[in-house]
Design a protein around this ligand. Structure first.
Ligand code: COA
Length: 122
């Protein structure tokens, strides 16, 4: 619960949105099976000044049993609709390099790498 309260507080401060995806479960009805958070972000690393203030997709999750049905894509599109409504021209998302299913979902939706963080343990 603390996680959700903290997320709601942080996202409200940044004019964010919290989306829930539902799936139909026979005998039960519509059940929540995924979510996405997006909020305003300001990042100096963008060369074009107008892009420094943009939307960012902070969390995306679909429960394993509901994956591969287009819900991840629908949540991404919901966040894009929110970002357009906020007047943003850009929506960004950070993803772990070793998360191929998430990278495929984002690339399939038209996202491309802009900034890459490299690391080496010393
Ligand atoms: C990433 C995630 C949200 C995708 O959700 P999903 O509901 O399965 O996604 P969709 O069904 O909408 O699929 C979106 C696209 O990604 C592709 N894709 C998703 N998972 C894939 C996998 N494991 N292997 C191959 N392709 C995959 C789909 O084929 C689809 O491509 P298409 O639109 O060209 O057909 C889900 O796998 C997840 O919750 N993962 C764990 C949490 C996570 O990694 N979140 C992202 C953190 S940045």
């Amino acid at each position: 619960m603390d996680h959700w309260r903290e997320q709601q507080r942080r996202h409200a401060e940044k004019h964010g949105i919290f989306l829930i995806a539902e799936d139909f479960v026979p005998g039960v009805g519509a059940c929540p099976v995924g979510w996405a958070f997006a909020h305003d972000e300001t990042a100096e690393l963008f060369v074009i000044e107008a892009e420094r203030h943009h939307g960012t997709l902070a969390e995306l999750y679909v429960v394993p049993s509901a994956r591969g049905k287009g819900l991840g894509r629908a949540l991404i599109e919901g966040c894009e609709a929110w970002a357009r409504g906020r007047g943003h021209k850009l929506l960004t998302v950070g993803v772990l390099a070793k998360n191929p299913s998430a990278i495929r979902a984002y690339e399939g939706a038209g996202y491309a790498p802009y900034w890459v963080t490299l690391r080496r343990y010393l």
